[in-house]
Design a protein around this ligand. Sequence first.
Ligand SMILES: Cc1cc2nc3c(=O)[nH]c(=O)nc-3n(C[C@H](O)[C@H](O)[C@H](O)COP(=O)(O)O)c2cc1C
Length: 163
Amino acid sequence: MSVGKRRIAHGPRLTGPNPERPEVLIRLTYASRSKGMLGAVDVKDIIRISQRNNAALGVTGALLLVNGVFLQCLEGSSAAVNTLYHRIALDPRHHQTSILAFAEIDRRCFGGWSMGLVPALGENLDLLKAYSPGPDFDPFAMRPSALDTLFSELVSRARVLSD
Ligand SMILES: Cc1cc2nc3c(=O)[nH]c(=O)nc-3n(C[C@H](O)[C@H](O)[C@H](O)COP(=O)(O)O)c2cc1C
């Protein structure tokens, strides 16, 4: 039997569309607890770096910090989202990262936002509390479907600061 030329199977592309293979989109939502007292400046710094990196990876999403709890949604190709999530999980600025939802999606919720910042103020804060099972905002206790609806409501109310 002739071995001949073997075709090398390349891994999934991390960036850019592949016309021969439509992109499978994934949405990953996780929560974590901030380490120490992180303020608005720290979060803006995270957003600035995220917007630069995520644009190159074709990842979109949103991030919020409420009472020391981060909630972040990442959308993009499965490979890009997985790689990014594992890098973020190693960041010493937070701990107790927990994936709350991971699913294939038909379309992006965050459109052109490489990383939107959701200010935990005013109407946004009321909405966050309304979606939480207890008196305080606790994304760890939320169902995946509730997280999806929460983010789409935040986006539709345009209370997210996009890039
Ligand atoms: C809660 C949280 C969310 C983050 N989200 C992102 C993100 O969406 N994209 C990103 O590139 N880095 C994000 N980071 C920062 C990364 O952990 C890491 O510091 C950064 O990707 C390093 O980028 P650099 O090598 O370009 O400096 C996040 C960090 C934290 C604490």
